[in-house]
Design a protein around this ligand. Structure first.
Ligand code: FCB
Length: 465
């Protein structure tokens, strides 16, 4: 006799304590750019500079979440999310990047956190998702060491206000993008193309992370979790040959080990230092810095979208890969693409999780971002059909399960994103949300993927196909 089929068969089930979330970031959803004392961040300046963001889009209004926060939390509650990952806008809380906090700014996040807790949703707070106060950029930005100390002070202001009620804290989101897209390639704010400055920025972001870990340990509950989120690259050499392996090694150093090694092992990789010797001697790393950078964390957040295939070759300047343009070429992975033109390849997520299982034993992992943009639209009946997104999510959740079965300690999954939003240099053209936003009316319409994800959360696993 065959057993009756469970709602979710056991192969498709995740552990009962698995955290099911969605993620957003302040500048991408809040709008209210000039309200209640908020001052410009580097993203306000960048997006208001002609030619920097597609279509001249800015985050001035975005998804108007600042005014619709309660409606948005109700949407999350409707999806049954256990967790919500959001970021705090630094210039809303500490407008000039120095001095006392602006209470109105903190009040907004206090209200958001209280609304989440009342809905039974665990807040996961990111302190830095790229919106550096413009005044700090004017004083040198992340290439200036002082910015790390300013960040620690800001972390203290947020921790004092919310440390009693936020259980999970993330210091930085994707410092790779902040350092290398912002200061080397210049396609993100502040738009500088100075490869040496980008390496300094990476170190000062690491230092800022470590300083903030210390502050959070002091000012939040002893049970609080402190993490950081990295967009690690699933680097694949084009072939098994030596030259391609060497290209992959260089990119692995610049994308992954530049953060993993100092944070988890208290050192910078030797090969990174010699690869970048034409640009810098790394004397900006001062005595004692690495002890601060490597203060223990409670886990690692991984953001993953698509793999990175590299071979021996060259690529055009400006590039986000300091000192590598003469050595490395990038090759698109095969397979279907999202609207970002990013190849869909869930194997990369598996590879990263299994690598971290081996390299960081005992470190809990959270997938803090994963998702896909497609050209979604509401049909005349008001429905948004997004079967490609559902297929993308299923494939990536299966990859998470495979990695867990292979021993990776993955504790949760946060889908990017709750809402369609301002996709940085791509503006509003790229829709990553589970919930469609009509920017003219700010009407929210859950897509088919929203009901699919709610079903996954409710059954704690993947539904049958
Ligand atoms: C990540 C960012 C996030 C979002 C996704 C698509 O790099 O952290 O804000 O834009 O990409």
């Amino acid at each position: 006799m065959t057993a009756p089929r469970a709602a979710t068969d056991s192969r498709a089930a995740f552990p009962p304590a698995f955290r099911w979330g969605a993620a957003t970031a302040a500048y991408q959803i809040e709008g209210a750019a000039d309200e209640d004392g908020r001052t410009p961040s580097i993203w306000d300046t960048f997006s208001r500079t002609p030619g920097k963001v597609r279509n001249g889009d800015t985050g001035d209004i975005a998804a108007d979440h600042y005014h619709r926060m309660r409606e948005d939390v109700a949407l999350m509650a409707g999806l049954g999310l256990t967790d919500y990952r959001f970021s705090v806008s630094w210039p809303r809380v500490q407008p000039t990047g120095r001095g006392p906090a602006l209470q109105k700014g903190l009040d907004f996040y206090r209200a958001l956190v209280d609304e989440l807790l009342a809905a039974g949703i665990r807040p996961v707070l990111t302190l830095y998702h790229w919106d550096l106060p413009q005044e700090l950029e004017d004083a040198g930005g992340w290439p200036a060491r002082d910015t790390a100390y300013r960040f620690a002070e800001y972390a203290g202001l947020v921790a004092e206000a919310l440390g009693d009620r936020v259980p999970t804290w993330t210091t930085l989101n994707e410092p790779w993008c902040a350092a290398f897209l912002g200061y080397a390639e210049g396609v993100h704010a502040p738009g500088r193309t100075e490869p040496e400055a980008a390496l300094r920025a990476a170190h000062h972001l690491n230092l800022a992370h470590g300083l903030a870990v210390g502050v959070l340990r002091e000012l939040t509950r002893p049970s609080s979790e402190v993490l950081l989120s990295l967009n690690l690259a699933a680097v694949r050499p084009l072939s098994g040959g030596r030259a391609d392996a060497e290209a992959a090694r260089r990119v692995d150093a610049l994308a992954n080990r530049v953060f993993l090694d100092p944070v988890f092992h208290g050192r910078y990789p030797r090969d990174l230092i010699s690869d970048t010797a034409p640009l810098t001697d790394w004397s900006f790393v001062e005595d004692g810095d690495l002890r601060i950078v490597s203060r223990p964390v409670d886990g690692l957040g991984i953001n993953y979208y698509t793999p990175t295939v590299v071979g021996a070759g060259s690529h055009p300047l400006p590039s986000p890969w300091p000192a590598a343009h003469d050595h490395v070429g990038f090759v698109p992975a095969p397979g279907p693409r999202t609207a970002m033109d990013w190849p869909v390849d869930a194997g990369g997520l598996y590879e990263l999780l299994v690598r971290l299982r081996d390299e960081l034993p005992g470190t809990p992992l959270l997938v803090t971002e994963n998702g896909a943009a497609y050209d979604d639209y509401a049909d005349p009946a008001g429905a948004v059909h997004d079967p490609e997104r559902i297929a993308y999510l299923r494939a990536h959740l299966e990859a998470v399960q495979r990695a867990m079965a292979a021993g990776a300690d993955v504790r949760g999954y946060f889908l990017w994103s709750l809402l369609d939003n301002f996709e940085w240099a791509h503006g509003y053209g790229k829709r990553f949300g589970l919930v469609h936003v009509d920017y003219a009316t700010q009407r929210r319409t859950p897509k088919d993927s929203a009901s699919w994800y709610a079903d996954v959360v409710a059954r704690g696993g993947l539904p049958p196909k």
